[in-house]
Design a protein around this ligand. Structure first.
Ligand code: DAH
Length: 337
């Protein structure tokens, strides 16, 4: 037995430990629960009584040696790591500047819009980007052959010949979220619904097949056109400053009656280059829409709008090509840090 212990000790002391991996291999080989040192102790029972004291002592010494070698090797490796570091890097140097990212200009604009509507008492709601025909069109009072339902304008996910199976589309506006909100919540409702929308349009500086809207819906007893105007004017003053030049024009949408549109004057550096830019459509919720969503149209009235986030970002930052929002060109994005 004493011979075996000596052999093990030789093995232990000649084991090469040059790096972290070898240190771990050493630990597994000798010091772990199933390692050679523990296995050795298990044989102590078979040693004749009169030899047991001496063998036990030798085993303990072997164990201590194995542990000391491990501890020393570990300490040496740790020291090496620090030494390697200080050889390469001067820790007293100021660190190199790290490039800092920034929020995308659309995110920044959307965040500001949300802040304003929080202040005005609106909550936030979301809906799916893949919509069924019912929520995107029918419940919003679009007639069956309205041009927006055409494949020229809408991306269809599923077009069905079976009248019992609804078509699926990429939502063309955030208005369907109004319907989902009214299906799930009773008035008073006062929410904004931001999100992406999709249209099958040719890409140009002025249009892209994807953009963002912020929908709003306010439903309660006695909501009036005056409330709508007041809210919109408050919003544009907070967003663009109290000297903003705006105008409200009559408009038409299937889901509101009456409807209006709002433009903001974009002076484009003055000298007669300025123009009006439409930022939103709005109106009083059509009673047909309330009926489709299960709201009592005798008792409640409401206003709604859908505003374009890109349009508002364009006005705020004087951007003349909508595609730059989607190019992910770092030189463009860095201007908004
Ligand atoms: N959904 C319309 C669009 O995408 C915008 C809109 C107009 C939304 C009037 C409304 C509204 O809620 O009342 O062009």
């Amino acid at each position: 037995m004493l011979e075996d212990i000596k052999t093990l000790l030789d093995e232990i002391s000649s084991y090469s430990i040059q790096n972290e991996e070898e240190l771990e291999e050493y630990r597994l080989e000798f010091l772990s629960r199933n390692g050679k040192v523990q296995t050795m102790f298990k044989q102590l029972g078979q040693v004749p009584k009169e030899e047991r004291a001496a063998v036990g002592k030798a085993m303990n010494e072997a164990k201590n040696t194995a542990q000391t070698i491990f501890d020393e090797a570990k300490a040496a490796l740790e020291k090496q790591v620090t030494r390697n570091l200080s050889a390469k890097d001067d820790l007293s140097l100021t660190p190199p500047e790290m490039p800092l990212g920034s929020l995308h200009p659309l995110t920044q604009t959307l965040n500001e819009m949300k802040q304003i509507f929080y202040r005005l008492g609106f909550t936030i709601a979301h809906g799916p980007e893949i919509e069924d025909d019912f929520h995107n069109f029918t419940a919003l009072n679009f007639p069956p052959n309205h041009p927006a339902r055409d494949e020229q304008d809408t991306f269809f996910i599923r077009k069905s010949d079976d009248p019992k199976v609804d078509d699926l589309v990429l939502r063309t506006h955030t208005s369907p979220v109004q319907i989902r909100l009214m299906e799930n919540q009773k008035p008073p409702i006062r929410s904004i619904m931001p999100g992406r929308v999709y249209r099958n349009e040719a890409v140009s500086p002025k249009s892209y097949f994807l953009f963002h809207q912020v929908e709003a819906l306010y439903v309660d007893e006695n909501v009036s056109v005056a409330d709508l105007k007041e809210t919109l004017i408050t919003f544009v003053k907070l967003m663009f400053g109290s000297d903003v030049k705006y105008r409200l024009r009559p408009g038409f949408f299937p889901f509101t009656e009456p409807s209006l549109e709002m433009d903001i004057w974009w002076d484009q550096g003055g000298n007669s280059k300025g123009k009006w830019l439409e930022i939103l459509g709005a109106g009083m919720v059509d009673p047909n829409v309330f009926d489709a969503a299960g709201i009592d149209s005798e008792k409640y009235t409401g206003f709604a709008w859908g505003m374009g986030v890109e349009r508002i970002a364009i006005l705020r930052h004087e951007i003349d090509d909508i595609r730059t929002f989607y190019d992910n060109d770092i030189r463009f994005l860095e201007q908004f840090t």
